[in-house]
Design a protein around this ligand. Structure first.
Ligand code: TPP
Ligand code: MG
Length: 323
């Protein structure tokens, strides 16, 4: 990639990472107002992977995600006012106010949904890829999931099916080392690596530093290209870390399930600060970018606050199943 292209891509990625972080921090700051009545899982600290990946996806590519899906939704260009309205339970929300933070969908940009059931969106992303393949398109399906989801049976079935049917899928495992308060080291054999499980099942799989924006940008380009041209799946395991509590707007480090040294190590690896430093941006430059993003966030929250709640007549509409 030439240097100018690299720099302009990195500025856009920094902008997107900042936007995701600022939106989530505004959610955290406003949560105690009591107007967002759904559980919310923030991705603060984990912005790099979806932000970089967005450079290689277009509107027609399909994405599914998890309970921790705000960053994935925003990076796929899902409507921000409609996401905030969804978290406020308003009828203008992207799921008509009935899903909340863990059930985001914006089909107009190929964001096909998130789910509160760990591992549940993996087979949905595989089915979407099968549809794309049958249509003979070069679109791809991206499936985001956490390290905890790799402990679900459906993860193995889905990988096997994707490998044997040669489906155009990018499996993205965001390994933040924890499932709720349980560390990976007490849930999976210490010497086993997640990406090697995918490799052993016949899927092209690599491990990456999920906080190294430049490394991600260089590595993801050929991987996404390969999926489009060969229509075969690839798997990436990206190490990363959430800065806030598992679920909610606060910090849960007082519970001592993560030690101080580890938290500090990952805070030093903050993808936003590190990229801003590498690009030589001053505090003033960052303040200017933040100002433009703030206006957009204010509008989104204003839209959500002013929107109506769904009417009771809508209780049984738009659901997967009705009685
Ligand atoms: C099938 C199922 N089992 C358990 C839960 C409870 N649960 C909610 S989030 C979560 C952690 C999942 O960890 P991971 O996949 O690593 O995602 P992360 O929260 O770290 O982003 C668990 C166990 C659930 N929602 N669904
Ligand atoms: Mg995890």
């Amino acid at each position: 990639m030439n240097k100018n292209r690299l720099n302009s891509d990195l500025i856009s990625i920094l902008h997107l990472m900042l936007k995701i972080r600022m939106i989530e921090e505004r959610i955290a700051d406003s949560y105690s107002d009591g107007k967002m009545r759904c559980p919310t899982h923030l991705s603060v600290g984990q912005e790099a992977v979806p932000s970089v990946l967005s450079s290689f996806l277009n509107e027609k590519d399909l994405v599914v995600s998890t309970h921790r899906g705000h960053a994935h939704y925003i990076a796929k260009k899902g409507s921000i006012p409609r996401m905030i309205a969804e978290i406020y339970g308003k009828s203008t929300g992207c799921s008509s106010g009935k899903g909340g933070s863990m059930h985001l969908i914006d089909k107009s940009v190929g964001f096909m949904g998130t789910s509160a059931i760990v591992g549940n969106s993996i087979p949905i992303g595989v089915g979407l890829a099968m549809g794309l393949k049958l249509m003979g398109s070069d679109r791809i399906s991206v499936i985001y999931f956490g390290d905890g989801a790799t402990e679900e049976g459906v993860f193995y079935e889905s990988l096997n099916f994707a490998a044997v049917r040669e489906l155009p899928i990018l499996f993205v495992c965001e390994n933040n080392l924890y499932s709720v308060y349980s560390s990976l080291s007490c849930r999976q054999p210490k010497e086993r690596e997640i990406f090697k499980v995918a490799q052993s099942m016949g899927v092209n799989a690599l491990k990456m530093d999920g906080n190294d924006t430049i490394g991600l940008l260089e590595n993801l380009d050929p991987i996404v290209n390969k999926i489009r041209t060969t229509s075969k799946p690839s798997f990436i395991e990206c190490d990363t870390y959430r800065f806030r509590e598992h679920c909610g707007p606060n910090f849960d480090d007082d519970l001592n399930y993560r030690n101080e040294e580890e938290i500090k190590l990952w805070k030093d690896r903050d993808p936003i600060h590190n990229l801003a430093n590498k690009l030589g941006l001053t505090q003033n430059d960052i303040a200017n970018i933040k100002e433009s993003i703030n206006a957009e966030i204010n509008e989104a929250f204003d839209f959500a606050e002013k929107s109506p709640f769904p009417d009771t007549s809508e209780v049984f509409t738009g659901e997967f199943s009705t009685i």
